[in-house]
Design a protein around this ligand. Structure first.
Ligand SMILES: Cc1ncc(C[n+]2csc(CCOP(=O)(O)OP(=O)(O)O)c2C)c(N)n1
Length: 327
């Protein structure tokens, strides 16, 4: 959790310096969910993350240097600098993708879980926010996952807001009620305590692994920062300071730190700083991609560039193997 917190604080510095051009959606305040849920998974389990996913990647073991290189758009990144903060994947850490398309991961995780069940006892996990539970794809996923008893755990990180929309203003009924309507066991759990998260997640994963089918966990949590780093400049007024202060009193790092001896805490903090100093160095020293490679990895049949990619609107053109022109 300390690594996730400090990683994102360093990311915010890199947004300010212009090195992370896209900005980020910080998960600061929500680290307890990422840490607890990932600790309950086996390395060969599969996780689909979302736009607020840095914590999931780090908790699953993504290399901080290569991840930071991804966010800064460098060739040393986990996806060669092509995915950025929104759409990374890291199969070596069991993360089959993340996306800014809200709710996308539930359908992929359901299909993946269905496929994994034919080949051993691996489990698929889909992590999404409260904003995703109004997406139709989620309900279609619940339907098939329940009918086919797919080993998938649906994880809702309910941080109270979809951008600026309070969850009760956007969600008719409840999050758990949606899953229960499809015969999927569901519960609401404190997401600020990583050990409580771990226990709930371990039970859901065991159930899926043992052939018991899908389940849904709604973790109540809070983001201490804005929806996106742009909010620091916009000063959007959709939640009051008292609310933020109340949640800060339940900081997951403080909750866990109280269980760890001071010397161990100090050693962890020092190690995290060392790892992140090296990670920032690695990222910023990694070269930027060559614009001429922009279309690489987009299609099974490679496309080649014709004209100048950055020559203005309409100037970019590419041919695929069959000679079709993309503009
Ligand atoms: C399919 C789709 N619809 C709408 C959006 C616009 N959008 C971006 S973030 C967001 C809110 C997401 O809220 P939530 O799922 O609760 O996640 P959080 O940002 O709170 O972690 C929305 C609606 C989108 N990215 N994708």
């Amino acid at each position: 959790m300390r690594l996730i917190r400090r990683f994102e604080e360093r990311c915010i510095d890199l947004v300010r310096s212009g090195d992370i051009g896209s900005g980020i959606h910080p998960c600061i305040g929500q680290e307890g969910v990422a840490a607890g849920l990932c600790a309950a998974l086996r390395p060969d389990d599969a996780l689909l993350s979302n736009h607020r996913g840095h914590g999931h990647f780090l908790a699953r073991g993504s290399d901080p240097g290569r991840f930071l290189a991804e966010l800064t758009g460098r060739v040393g990144g986990i996806d060669s600098g092509r995915a950025g903060s929104f759409h990374p994947s890291d199969l070596s850490a069991g993360i089959w993708g993340a996306s800014g398309t809200v709710g996308h991961g539930a359908a992929i995780a359901t299909g993946l879980g269905w496929a994994l069940a034919r080949d051993g006892d691996r489990v698929a996990v889909s992590v999404f926010g409260d904003g995703a539970v109004t997406q139709g794809a989620l309900l279609e996923s619940f339907n098939l996952a329940s009918l086919w008893q797919v080993p998938v755990v649906f994880v809702c990180e309910n941080n109270g807001y979809a951008t600026t929309l309070p969850a009760p203003a956007g969600i008719a009924g409840s999050v758990v009620g949606r899953a229960e309507a499809f015969g999927i066991p569901a519960s609401t759990v404190d997401g600020q305590d990583p050990e409580v998260v771990f226990d709930a997640m371990a039970a859901a994963v065991d159930r899926a692994r043992g052939g018991g089918g899908p389940s849904l966990l709604e973790f109540t949590t809070y983001r201490f920062e804005g929806h996106h780093t742009f909010e620091r400049r916009m000063r959007l007024a959709y939640r009051d300071d008292d609310e933020v202060a109340r949640w800060r009193e339940r900081d997951p790092l403080a909750i866990q730190a109280a269980r760890v001896p001071a010397d161990v805490r100090d050693a962890i903090d020092a190690e995290v700083e060392e790892v992140l100093d090296a990670a920032v160095r690695f990222a910023l020293e990694s070269p930027r991609p060559d614009p001429a490679d922009a279309f690489d990895h987009l299609y099974a049949t490679p496309v080649r560039l014709r004209g100048s990619l950055f020559g203005g609107l309409g100037a970019a053109a590419a041919l695929d193997g069959a000679g079709r022109i993309f503009r």
